[in-house]
Design a protein around this ligand. Structure first.
Ligand code: NCD
Length: 359
């Protein structure tokens, strides 16, 4: 049997996603049932990039299921500092552990790592590409706080170019009927083309605007995001983009009474602290839902019988086409052993690691 991994939520069908959300709800209500479910199991958390919630919620998820954790949160304390590549690290760590949760700053790194892992590998964020377990967190929150995953008008605001949580969320919400998106950003930080392609191909409509005040009045969910300072090529570019969109009480007074505000966190200045006490502010609750979602995911990935397949289409090997995304793992010199992997979709060829259009 092929190893199960979670690189993107595409690896789950809608029914499987709903089942995971239901399981997260049961775990939340009856945690005692699951407190020995992972006895004897070890999770490795490999965080090549800073994290508070994702890393700690995976660790606490495993501990609450009775399992244990190993790992690093500063690659400079591991052999990565000596120049070890992803292949070698993952080959070895997967022989020490039963499941791996990995975050890495380079796009496509999770997919690359999964090829060398003999245990399930979970993508906890690969550069500005995807962040599926944040999306799992978001859909668990939407299901329990809004009561549905369809017919929602979702406003996404901030750094839509580099915000991987935005990319994964749009992709997933496009799979449900009747959703539409209001994309609120500067021109420079608008969503990348491959995400526009996903929206264009689904029946979900979207508009792009640059004013939060004008957009806020008829949306059901406002997803605020941080300007991703670490993904900018210069501090000067970041300075031009920071502080443009700020949700404060005054703007919130124009929103629907039942709108909910989400944010993957950490917040910098895009939501004023005064908003925290508004009943529509769901971002702290959201972080807690994330822990239950991750507990459900660990259970499903470690379950041997009757589990989901977590499968996607097999890529094409070395067709002589190279990824030209300079942020892709395939173009990192020390990872040059990786084969060129591509897939075809709607007459186009995409890189199988980072999903960028090749031709
Ligand atoms: C997000 C991330 O790392 O992409 N944080 C998280 O995992 N909750 C968002 C961010 O860093 O802005």
């Amino acid at each position: 049997m092929k190893q199960k991994h979670l690189i993107d939520l595409e690896y789950m069908t809608n029914a499987e996603l709903q089942q995971t959300i239901r399981l997260a709800g049961v775990i939340k209500d009856k945690p005692d049932i699951y407190k020995h479910a992972c006895d004897g199991k070890i999770m490795a958390t490999l965080f090549y990039e800073p994290s508070t919630r994702t890393q700690m919620s995976f660790q606490t998820a495993m501990l609450r299921l009775g399992g244990r954790t190993i790992g690093f949160d500063d690659p400079m304390n591991s052999s990565v500092a000596k120049g070890e590549n992803i292949k070698d690290t993952i080959t070895v760590i997967s022989s020490y552990s039963d499941i791996i949760a990995m975050r890495h700053p380079v796009e496509g790194s999770a997919k690359a790592a999964s090829h060398y892992s003999s245990v399930p590998l979970i993508n906890c964020g690969d550069g500005g590409h995807y962040h599926p377990t944040q999306t799992l967190t978001d859909v668990v929150t939407l299901s329990y706080e809004k009561g549905r995953l369809n017919n929602l008008k979702i406003g996404l605001c901030g750094d839509l170019l580099n915000g991987r949580t935005v990319h994964s969320l749009i992709k997933t919400m496009c799979r449900f009927e009747g959703n539409s998106f209001v994309l609120i950003s500067t021109k420079e930080l608008s969503v990348p083309q491959y995400i526009k392609d996903v929206m264009d191909k689904s029946n979900c409509k979207y508009t792009e605007v640059n004013n939060l005040r004008d957009a806020i009045s008829d949306i059901d969910v406002l997803y605020m995001t941080r300007i991703q300072r670490e993904r900018f090529t210069s501090e000067e570019e970041y300075e031009k983009q920071k502080g443009i969109f700020v949700l404060d009480k005054e703007k919130l007074s124009l929103a629907k009474k039942d709108m909910i505000i989400l944010h993957p966190l950490p917040r910098v200045d895009e939501i004023a602290i005064e908003v925290d006490d508004d009943p529509r502010a769901c971002y702290f609750k959201q972080a807690e839902y994330g822990m239950y979602g991750r507990m459900a995911l660990i259970l499903l990935l470690l379950r041997e019988e009757d589990a989901f397949s977590f499968e996607t289409v097999d890529p094409d090997f070395d067709k002589g086409l190279k990824c030209n995304n300079e942020k892709c793992i395939k173009n990192v010199p020390m990872e040059s052993y990786l084969p060129d992997l591509t897939y075809e979709k709607d007459g186009h060829t995409y890189c199988d690691y980072c999903d960028h259009l090749i031709k």
